[in-house]
Ligand binder design. Sequence first.
Ligand code: GLC
Length: 568
Amino acid sequence: MSTTDVDLSQNGSIRADTFCLGIEECDFSKLLERPRPLNMERQRSYDERSLHELTMGLSPQPASRTAEYSSRIIDHLEYSVSPGRRSGFSTPRSHIGFEPHPMVAEAWEALRGSLVHFRGQPVGTIAALDNSEEKLNYDQVFVRDFVPSALAFLMNGEPEIVKNFLLKTLRLQSWEKKIDRFHLGEGVMPASFKVLHDPVRNTETLIADFGESAIGRVAPVDSGFWWIILLRAYTKSTGDTSLAELPECQKGMRLILSLCLSEGFDTFPTLLCADGCCMIDRRMGVYGYPIEIQALFFMALRCALLLLKQDDEGKEVVERIVKRLHALSFHMRSYFWLDMKQLNDIYRYKTEEYSHTAVNKFNVIPDSLPEWIFDFMPTRGGYFIGNVSPARMDFRWFCMGNCIAILSSLATPEQSTAIMDLIESRWEELVGVMPLKVCYPAIESHEWRIITGSDPKNTRWSYHNGGSWPVLLWLLTAACIKTGRPQIARRAIELAETRLPKDNWPEYYDGKLGRYIGKQARKFQTWSIAGYLVAKMMLEDPSHLGMISLEEDKQMKPLLRRSSSWTV
Ligand code: GLC
């Protein structure tokens, strides 16, 4: 099966060759403001292989698969240089020679203070170092929370802790996972883990939470995806491919992927999830096909393609990934995308259409369009909406999903530009005085009661319900750099700098504009600290972007003439 055989379509059918048409090429080199080290351009030869190339690798080959893989590795090794090994320095130096902001030193100190050790080795960072509030599970190492910490350490030339974390969580994956009498899938990665010290026996043990202790018993669908994404960031940043090559890492990836690539009753290529399965880990109406998970799924699939060996066990997984990526990108770019033109189309939709010729495929009733969307939608700009399923479009804006869509190139270059346009024109709503709204707008009154189950932590404009989360700054900054709009990130970072250290690095802020420290926000929240550091380091040296961003794959370009406003 080759890429060109993939058949996706309206009634089933846009042919894959049309993916190469329609949208102009994205010239990555123009997107970065500052000159990048030479190695970045060359690294692409390893990293940015198109699906087509990889699919070609699936057909019978004269040389062994291992040889193919090692040539990719050598290619990578030859050209990749770590962004700067500065272990020993407690704060990074600016490579263009200006003094770091005083907050940076303070943030590094706090980040180092959050390190968690297991048997003498650093293995992660604690979620929050706040002794004034009830700890709950904030004394644990969360997989998703560790990502910005890991990136900060990689960018500072300290990859060991990231390697330790990846290996430790991999061991946890192999644990038997059970909720009451029900066994969870083998590949599930934990939401968080904790080191238990026994002072009497002088021993240390790990305990992990796969959802069986979590509030609401939600399993973290995002953890496995973050794990794969981090493995690729480590490999890209260090040039050390030996970690990803380990049989246990290869197996770990296959297990994660087999959870989401298995065949079932699905009619869509998106991943069906329960509510609260990601950063928003409480009931917030993010069940179904939430954008955050779909974007992470897409990114993890692309990272896995780069890391998986095409040996006997990997080959079949690679084949399934390639097919899924094509279907997933088509589905997301077509049905999750909303701009002025698409909104107007939905507004005028006919309903109750049957058969392949239906325009309103999911039978969305125009009356279900919320009032706020008409004012919110700018003339220029667009975004991926929160969720799409039969007769349901969740029009809310979710920051994480849209940023990951840009970084993974799930968004076409035109869509990425449109997302940034939207952020600029809806600055007050999405950024206000503290970056950034986790979602917009908040749900209130009757809707809040029905959707959250009257959750007192998620009242309007608080926490997950329209609260402002400083951690999202790193994702915004990365998206800004990728789209060539670093000035947007600078503006957001300056806002954060006026409050974050003064307020002791809160987890989140409340209010329409984000003016108030969150009702139950923890202080010294590690990912608020690390997110700030990563944002600063990326702006200073945009070549860091490479470890968390993937080039557009030309083979995946859909021919979609429907929404001409993509090219706003
Ligand atoms: C909250 C957040 C979750 C985070 C955890 C630890 O539960 O919703 O995303 O991982 O705190 O910081």
